[in-house]
Design a protein around this ligand. Structure first.
Ligand code: MOS
Length: 730
């Protein structure tokens, strides 16, 4: 249908910020309502097809074989013997594997040098058989001959790099500290984290001639296509990825992972569809980890608690030759005032699986440590923690003098304090053997936008079709794109169809970095605005004199059903939004505040979160239900960071000790009390035409600090090494 003549393209035209309230004049009533996910019924009834569920006939199964040592060179393996086992079709090894999962915004996938091992658990071979059981058995029978090489498995002896471009300094922090009325100078540690999405990484590869179709579970298809093509040595136009439903990503599916290349390579060689699904252990041991962090924080404040200096120096770890480093202090430069500052970062090189983006890389751990330090500053200065933060909200970005696009941290702090009842908290409260305490923290996360394209078609029956390669990783993309298109064109939600997760569709920024809704939604907005203009033009009026509601267009003297505009066939517009279209040089970020009540058991040292509240300011909230769900998820992972989640590596050989969900403790229902979420009214006129900002990751950015600070209030123990397990409290 898009081959017809009624196709055009549209780009955003931004007027003055005051004129950017274009969603406010629409009348369908879809935006902001907590509309249910259109994909919800499919998901809860098992009809949504995840990566391993749409299985082609004749499909074979591959199981990955992994390195048993952290460093070495594979010199041989018993492939011939294993190929003779029941049901085995082939054994693949050599340069057909990723060295590490790709990072997601790269277009290249690093393929491992032949036989080189750089961490325990690294995939080094694939055994393909007719059934999973045969493949798994055969994989166990593989014997690798390895020449061991030196590997660094102990962080205490790892080499430290100090990249020059990651150090910055302003004023004189030492002088600020010595002149200060109050200071904090402490070191905080956060643990390594696993993304641990519910759906494991999975791929089914099928070739048709020289063309690959891969059903996978990925966040950013336009990059994933290029990565996969690069790894396979084929042109990107010969790679087609389908990911209509993704059971969580949390960063681990930003880039393709081992299963994609292994399945695609084997399927090409065998001339049959091949599926590779990572086991839970493989997900933990061979996809992305979040680096552990060591953060040295220095704060200087005058007698009124006004900050004069801030230092944030972090050390993270990474494999050799990988460029990504957890951007721990990414939001430190703009959260609080203080003209003297030193911000730096160091990288330790270690033979562990690749460190990558996991759940709000940077702020999740960086703001958490900073917000524990802020609580220490509140404590030494005797200033209420909420008041201390409000006194230190900067007028402009203190690092470079830029204005903020919109900034509602103060409002979020006030709203959160009021909702939680912060002023009424009781000191020294107990409940049986539980010591009760209260804590709070700020939240912030940078706001971004990425180039996105979407195609919107007004069909002959007046219904709408929205198409983009954007993904829905559980975040609510199907819902919000339905709402934006329906709102803009006055079409009820049940007459809007959204197609996602197909790399042949117009390319979106993908799901990551909290930019998905703004970016893909922005492109849908642009396409819809062009359709509105087309309708207005046909009716001989300006767009602002047009009302579109319930499938009917009205002006002050005319009324027409939408099908009247498509008498010559459907009308399609491809909308494009680009970063430069909307962004000025203003600092863009989201803000919020967390409040927690905990009980610390005076006998066991166990901490239970009893209540937790978050107030968030993220521009226009597109869907109150899915936005709230994102925040609940973030706060839940904040509980995990504070109390339970910790990747534990054996420093003798570098293996991950807690490699499944029984031992790596993601918070479960009993760990999570009733959480409450408020949204602060806000529009960001500089962010994008919907005036929304990204909310996906804001709910974790600092959340754990409110719990750590509440533990201190409850029992006087200041935990600076997360998670706050019982041994650290007793
Ligand atoms: Mo995110 S950790 O950018 O998926």
């Amino acid at each position: 249908m898009t081959d017809g003549i009624n196709i055009s393209t549209a780009e955003l035209t931004m007027n003055e910020p005051d004129d950017r309230n274009r969603l406010d004049v629409t009348v369908q009533g879809l935006i902001h309502t907590g509309m249910d996910r259109p994909d919800g019924p499919l998901k809860v009834s098992g009809r949504a097809t995840y990566a391993h569920e749409d299985q082609p006939a004749g499909m074979m199964t591959g199981v990955l074989v992994r390195a048993p040592v952290a460093g070495g060179q594979i010199t041989g393996l018993n492939a011939e013997a294993v190929r003779k086992l029941d049901g085995v079709r082939d054994v693949f090894h050599g340069k057909t594997f990723l060295r590490n999962p790709a990072q997601g915004t790269a277009n290249e996938a690093p393929v491992q040098p032949d036989g080189k091992i750089s961490y325990i658990g690294q995939p080094v071979a694939l055994v393909v058989a007719d059934t999973f059981e045969q493949a798994r058995h055969a994989a166990h029978m593989i014997e690798l001959q390895i020449t061991p090489e030196d590997a660094v498995t102990d962080l205490d002896v790892a080499e430290i790099e100090t990249p020059k471009d990651k150090q910055s300094s302003q004023g004189d922090l030492d002088a600020a500290l010595s002149d200060a009325a109050y200071t904090v100078d402490e070191t905080y540690r956060t643990s390594g984290h696993s993304s641990s999405a519910m759906e494991p990484h999975a791929a089914i590869a099928q070739w048709d001639g020289g063309k690959l179709t891969l059903r996978g579970s990925y966040q950013m298809l336009k990059y994933n296509v290029n990565e996969l093509a690069d790894a396979l040595g084929v042109d990107a136009e010969n790679v087609h990825i389908l990911a209509p439903y993704v059971g969580g990503g949390f960063g681990s599916k930003l880039g393709i992972s081992h299963e994609a290349v292994a399945a695609a390579h084997a399927a090409r060689e065998l001339g049959a569809p091949v599926a590779v699904v990572l086991s839970r252990q493989q997900v933990l041991e061979a996809t992305m980890r979040r680096s552990e962090t060591v953060q040295h924080i220095k704060l200087a404040a005058d007698a009124d608690g006004r900050m004069t200096g801030i230092g944030h120096d972090s050390t993270v770890s990474q494999l050799l030759d990988e460029s990504f480093a957890e951007p721990v202090s990414q939001a430190t430069p703009f959260l609080y005032r203080g003209e003297n500052r030193e911000i730096g970062m160091h990288i330790k090189r270690i033979n562990r699986m690749c460190a990558g983006s996991v759940r709000a890389p940077g702020e999740a751990v960086g703001i958490t440590a900073l917000e524990i330090a802020m609580d220490e500053l509140a404590d030494v200065s005797g200033i209420d923690p909420v008041e201390l933060r409000k006194r230190n909200i900067p007028e402009v970005d203190p690092s470079d003098g830029r204005e903020f696009s919109s900034h509602k941290l103060a409002e979020a702090l006030d709203d959160g304090a009021k909702t939680f009842g912060w002023a009424d908290r009781e000191a020294g409260k107990t409940d049986g053997e539980w010591l009760i305490g209260y804590g709070m923290s700020s939240a912030t996360r940078v706001n971004m936008l990425g180039e996105s394209h979407a195609r919107v078609t007004l069909n002959e029956d007046g219904s709408l079709l929205v198409e983009t390669d954007m993904t829905d990783i559980g975040t609510g993309t199907y819902a919000i794109l339905t709402q934006i298109a329906g709102e803009m064109l006055g079409v009820p939600a049940d007459r809007v169809t959204v197609r996602l997760g197909d790399s042949s569709l117009p390319k979106a920024a993908g799901s990551g970095g909290s930019w998905g809704a703004a970016s893909s939604g922005g492109s849908v907005f642009v396409a819809c605005e062009a359709l509105r203009k087309k309708i207005a033009e046909t009716m001989g009026v300006e767009e602002r004199d047009l009302t579109l509601q319930d499938g009917v267009a009205t002006t002050n003297n005319r009324r027409a059903d939408l099908p009247e505009f498509t008498k010559n066939g459907p009308f399609t517009v491809e909308g494009t939004i680009n970063k430069g279209d909307t962004q000025t040089d203003r600092r863009q970020a989201t803000f919020g505040a967390f409040f927690a009540e905990v009980g610390v058991n005076s006998v066991t040292g166990e901490t239970r979160v009893r209540r937790m509240h978050g107030s968030f300011a993220a521009g226009r909230i597109l869907n109150a239900k899915t936005a709230r769900s994102q925040c609940l998820g973030g706060m839940t992972f904040g509980i995990g960071m504070a109390l339970t989640e910790e990747l534990m590596f054996d420093k003798r050989d570098g293996h991950l000790v807690n490699n499944d969900l029984a031992e790596y403790h993601v918070p479960v229902n009993l760990d999570v009390p009733q959480l409450t979420v408020n949204f602060v009214q806000e529009r960001d006129p500089w962010a994008n035409p919907m005036q929304a900002k990204g909310i996906g990751e804001l709910g974790i950015c600092g959340a754990g600090a409110s719990i750590i600070n509440a533990i201190y209030d409850a029992c006087g123990v200041r935990v600076r090494d997360l998670p706050a397990t019982m041994d650290k409290i007793l």
